[in-house]
Design a protein around this ligand. Structure first.
Ligand code: FMN
Length: 413
């Protein structure tokens, strides 16, 4: 159901705004004035018309942006804004996307690519493809089945799922729906609560603890998010506790909120060492973007890193995740896995990161668009489409396995 009072504001993340602008241009005398045709702008009239129609069935999607358009239509403004927002001017959000344009694939011909194997092994588990589902908070804000629908999709498609501390479904239920324990993402909340989260994740078999280190003050400057919130006229008290915002946040059930410290001002290397002392889970740091911090990860015995700027929603660095990947890869020198996320929307995007040395690539918003649009089916379709696109990129560059993807398979403009 489209949300009736939703007002349109310009898109910030994808092709939709561009498409609307192009459609306007096609019917505008401006085109003739400047001697331009729709074809010169990269799209035919027929494509423009098709692109502007919202899909009505999961099978109609041609790419992940088709789910984005429908998600935007279906979600209440505040929820859409929360999902879409970066911080401040959304410059980092845009930089994440723009960075892919600086690289091209180097197609190879006449290679036998009748068998392409995208499988890879991480910490002893083998996955069908290197694409994983990033931790995204509050998934019931996007679909009533939230994290459970995502877990079922991850199970059906055999993908790795990371679960947020701010899950709206109990961790244990998500693990049951996934059919195996997910990787648990940790936002520290003061030592006492942090320890209880770690114990709970470990008790339910989670093999990996992801400590997110890039967001010190959550959502303080999500300006786009706040603007969308103002358009939302619903009464939100039923779902959001005005005091602490923790209603329906299932990790906090039974937690002693008196000792909570959500400010994360004590998020230092000491905390990493303390975590090492209380858990046998692998520890992965999410949000590492510099070679200095990558080296410190090795010094502190961290088991893996995720190069990430939180999808452009942590701080306005203006620095694309893809562009920070090479220096982290170099500093880590193959000693531990280097994963990456932020801005990945196409199989070719994923391919470029793998060529730059990433072990695996995470997606955040794209699978949530699928979730909002069609629940579990939408998430599954997003994964299928990205896998197919990655396979096509591998075939065109003569890569039969992930090991065949390397610096020789891409070029920089
Ligand atoms: C709505 C939303 C909520 C998120 N919540 C979390 C979270 O709880 N923990 C976390 O580590 N990252 C969180 N992230 C960041 C994602 O894990 C991931 O880094 C990011 O979405 C990747 O960028 P992409 O959305 O462009 O694919 C969130 C991202 C979004 C869009």
């Amino acid at each position: 159901m489209p949300f009736p009072s939703q007002k349109r504001v310009p898109d910030i993340d994808s092709g939709t705004g561009r498409r609307e602008f192009l459609k306007f241009l096609v019917g505008s005398p401006l085109l003739a004035t400047f001697g331009l045709s729709p074809e010169l702008l990269g799209q035919s009239n027929a494509q423009l018309l098709t692109n502007n129609e919202l899909i009505t069935a999961v099978g109609d999607a041609l790419n992940v942006f088709d789910f984005e358009a429908l998600a935007r239509e279906k979600l209440p403004p505040a929820h859409w804004g929360y999902l879409a927002s970066g911080v401040e001017d959304d410059a980092t959000l845009r930089a994440n996307r723009d960075a892919f344009k600086n690289y091209h694939l180097r197609p190879r011909r006449l290679v036998d690519v009748s068998h392409v194997d995208m499988s890879h092994t991480l910490y002893g588990d083998t996955w069908e493809s290197p694409i994983f589902l990033c931790p995204v908070a509050s998934q019931k804000a996007f679909h009533p089945e939230g994290e459970i629908a995502v877990a079922r999709a991850a199970k059906a498609q055999k993908h790795l799922q990371l679960l947020s501390t701010v899950t709206t479904s109990p961790l244990e239920d998500v693990n049951a729906a996934r059919g195996m324990p997910v990787w648990f993402q940790l936002y520290t909340q003061g030592w006492e609560i942090t320890q209880s989260f770690v114990r709970r994740a470990e008790a339910d078999g989670c093999p990996v603890l992801i400590l997110t280190v890039d967001q010190l003050l959550p959502s303080q400057n999500s300006e786009t998010g706040f603007r969308f919130k103002r358009l939302d006229t619903r009464n939100c008290i039923e779902c959001h506790d005005p005091n602490d915002g923790l209603k329906n946040k299932r990790m906090f059930d039974g937690a002693n909120l008196q000792v909570r410290n959500p400010a994360r001002d004590y998020l230092t290397w000491d905390l990493v060492d303390k975590l090492r002392g209380i858990t046998d889970m692998k520890i992965v740091l999410k949000g590492i973007v510099t070679h200095e911090d990558a080296r410190l990860c090795l010094e502190h015995g961290v088991d893996g890193v995720i190069v990430s700027n939180h999808g452009g929603r942590a701080q306005e660095s203006g620095w694309a995740a893809l562009d920070s990947l090479p220096e982290v890869v170099e500093a880590i020198g193959g000693k531990i896995p280097v994963m990456v996320d932020s801005g990945f929307r196409r199989g070719t995007d994923i391919f470029k990161a793998l060529a730059l040395g990433a072990t695996a690539v995470g997606i955040g918003r794209p699978y949530v668009w699928g979730l909002a649009a069609f629940g579990q089916e939408g998430v599954e379709r997003v994964l299928e489409m990205l896998r197919l696109e990655l396979k096509l990129a591998m075939m065109s560059t003569g890569a039969r396995t992930l090991d065949d993807i390397g610096p020789q398979t891409i070029g920089k403009f």
